[in-house]
Design a protein around this ligand. Structure first.
Ligand code: FPP
Length: 241
């Protein structure tokens, strides 16, 4: 755990409820070191482990990460298989440890197209998570914000729920049903866009961008992002009071 002076001014006793992260910059991190892009993803997976553990330790309620987008299928096959393989490895370990670590997991995205092995691991982690309380990590796999909204619209139309939907009734058909919207959305890697991530849920999220590449991200960087969030005034379209 970090000493007070190392928290970059972040008050870890007054945390946002939900932090979302676009884990960007793995490829560039590898290139800078003359390594294949896949090595960047392996390093990124380690960073995810470390950051998720830290989030649990500080008492964060929800962490959502963008692991694989609906657009990522267009990457070279070897890279796609590396990312999905890293997820598989992580889930194997998580199944062993999540009860002890008190970490719940959920998956946002259409996981029905993933390998049977990965689907089985996802089903197992889902089942264990239903018995647990504690920090919830949402992993977005084969996820796209537009895809999620279209899918929810189709499900809503078939559901027999009253028309027109309300924000509240509609959001129950999103992958993120029952999860509060992210308060803080962090994008490392120096790009300033959402890349189809949590388009509905991030409507009022505070956005934090940094040039640090995801594999270099750490607790200090998380503290900087949380401190920046805590300095902001959230107005939700109203005027300052
Ligand atoms: C974006 O960086 C990153 C991804 C598309 C994959 C993220 C996946 C992991 C961190 C590993 C698997 C996840 C888990 C949860 C174990 P990029 O490749 O677009 O980087 P670049 O912009 O530098 O090319």
């Amino acid at each position: 755990m970090l000493e007070n002076k190392q928290t970059a001014g972040a008050d870890l006793t007054n945390l946002p409820r939900h932090i979302a992260i676009i884990m960007d910059g793995n490829g560039r991190w590898a290139k800078k070191r003359g390594l294949p892009r896949t090595a960047g993803h392996a390093a990124g997976a380690e960073t995810f482990r470390r950051v998720a553990t830290w989030c649990r330790d500080i008492g964060l309620e929800y962490l959502t990460v963008y692991a694989f987008s609906t657009e990522n299928w267009h990457r070279p096959e070897a890279e796609v298989q590396t990312i999905l393989g890293l997820l598989e490895k992580y889930l194997h370990e998580a199944i062993e440890r999540m009860e002890r670590d008190r970490v719940r997991m959920r998956f946002f995205g259409d996981t029905s197209v993933l390998s049977p092995k990965l689907q089985k691991l996802i089903a197992e982690t889902d089942a264990i998570s239903r018995r647990l309380d504690g920090c919830q990590v949402n992993v977005c796999v084969n996820y796209g914000g537009r895809d999620e909204i279209l899918r929810a619209a189709a499900l809503y139309a078939q559901s027999g729920e009253p028309m027109p939907p309300t924000e509240e009734s509609f959001s129950r058909f999103l992958w993120s049903a029952d999860v509060p919207d992210p308060d803080l959305l962090i994008r490392p890697g120096g790009e300033y866009r959402l890349s189809n991530f949590l388009l509905w849920q991030a409507a009022y999220a505070e956005l934090y961008f940094t040039d640090t590449l995801w594999p270099d991200f750490d607790e200090q960087e998380m503290c900087r992002a949380i401190a920046a969030y805590q300095r902001r005034e959230r107005r939700y379209g109203r005027i300052a009071t």
